[in-house]
Ligand binder design. Sequence first.
Ligand code: TEU
Ligand code: CA
Length: 588
Amino acid sequence: MTAPSPNWWKASTCYQIWPASYKDSNGDGIGDIPGIISTLPYLKDLGVETIWLSPMYDSPQKDMGYDISNYEDVYPPYGTLDDMDNLIKSCHDLGMKLILDLVINHTSDQHAWFLESRKDKTNRYADWFVWKDPRIVDGKRLEPNNWRSIFGGSAWEYCEERDQYYLHLFVKEQPDLNWELEEVRRGIYKSAIEFWLDKGIDGFRVDTCNLYSKDITYPNAVVRLHGEEHQPAFDHFTNGPRMHEWLKEQREQVLDKYGDVLMVGELPGTDAAEVLQYVSAEARELSCVFDFDVVMLGTATHAGGKKHHTVRHTLPQFKEAIRKVQDLIRGTDAWTTVFLENHDQGRSLSRFATDKPEWREQAAKMLAVLMCTLTGTLFLYQGQEIGMYNHPESWGVEELRDIDSLNAYNDVAKRHNNDPLWCKKAMKGLQLVGRDNARLPVQWDDSKNAGFTTGKPWIRVHDDYEAVNVAAQIKDPNSVLNFYKKMIKLRKEHADLMVFGQDFSVWDFHDQDVFTFTKSHPERHGEKLLVFLSFSDEEQPLHYPTGLDKVKKELLLSNLNEGEEVGKYLSPWEARVYLIKESVLNGY
Ligand code: TEU
Ligand code: CA
């Protein structure tokens, strides 16, 4: 099938690897690059065409590599620059692309630029980070304003050498770079971008790419969290005034030298009109973005990063979030993405479907149908293809490793004097949306530590690895893994409607149990893709879109086991994909 667009990345099936928990090759308990290389044939077989590798750069690992101390080197436990060259070559030899994570809103406080910058106010790097004088109130030294860090506490850290504060939107070991200076931008482009494009990578996933430009008046944020010292200040550092200027500069002056580089940006907290400005083809900023409305469902993160404040979302809210992302291409020249998981989220099975043992596999396949029939560049996250799900509620805080989750938990514990009910509430929220859920080791087989490592894993392995693992699923024709393979293949065969389909229409917006949508394609006149998805433990009636109940349709696939036939009703967590052809449509 011919793709209507020349961009290689639009129809590409991408797979995110989070190196620490993917595959350990040398028994030190930490995943590594040789481990990744050893599994490339597995990914190829699954249908993966592009790999997104999360940060493998040198780093003190305060935020699992999103605190980079040297863009031009590799974190030693993950491997060496030679290993990276091997990975790039191995991917390309198999016809796969490789993109890396581009973390340039901030560096590590151990990056040479920051070590120099903090020394005094006159060194060469003095203005490379955001430094501000203290406020003196009643003779007391205070932070420059009341901004709250995304990971909790103040967004400012005092530095005695300069008698000034520096800004950190994330943890204090992640100082924000001062993008206002051209020299800083050049430094970033050269070290973080060109260094790796010169080595032959195919693009980047761009971390927090709407935070570089801040409100340079640094005003106090309005009080939203009453009674708290530090206030969420998203309005003052998200989608700031110079974002578009800088992204265009980066595209024109840097990326264009390397051809059709994929830049998929992470874009939290942005409304649809603003998202369009980043991804319109004409704007030439980003190729596509991860919109966060779906994965933010039920979390209170943007109200102040409180992970224990989780609320259950409804299926209509889920549909609406998906509609927003699908509609990015409606009548525009923009492109969109499809994803339900990444390393910052709880597992999609637990959050959006069910991880009850009796329905788990069916539900994982249903989500596979949803993802593979939506328009946009598809991103799977490691382990999603075998239906990995959240850690059990019985796990205690001692199992957690993520700084964001630990900060959230400790904050609650401190405020409430370790009150057991409050602590339980905090853990309950984290059990659903905490980042460690996605960071548990990939379950490769049923040997000790799920075949992830022969040593002691750096984070606890999921208790259920004997039931859910790659080796067992390869052998089982009805496994989630084999279903994903089939579904990815079907997506490619019907790329016009599945990858590039337009006019995404939801037919049962208010239904709490079933999600029914259609898509079409301008060059496939009269044809429609019709998808039914059950989000229920009970049988459900089918809600046919107007005029489509009587027409003849071809069942392309369902998620029932081989040999089982679809019936009059949707069985629990059933998914069906129909193709409605032009010829039969004439009749209604
Ligand atoms: O995440 C940015 C981001 O928007 C987070 O605040 C996200 O909302 C949060 O992690 C949800 O819990 C990126 C990376 O993906 C994340 O792993 C890093 O910790 C962060 O940037 C800082 O680099
Ligand atoms: Ca290792």
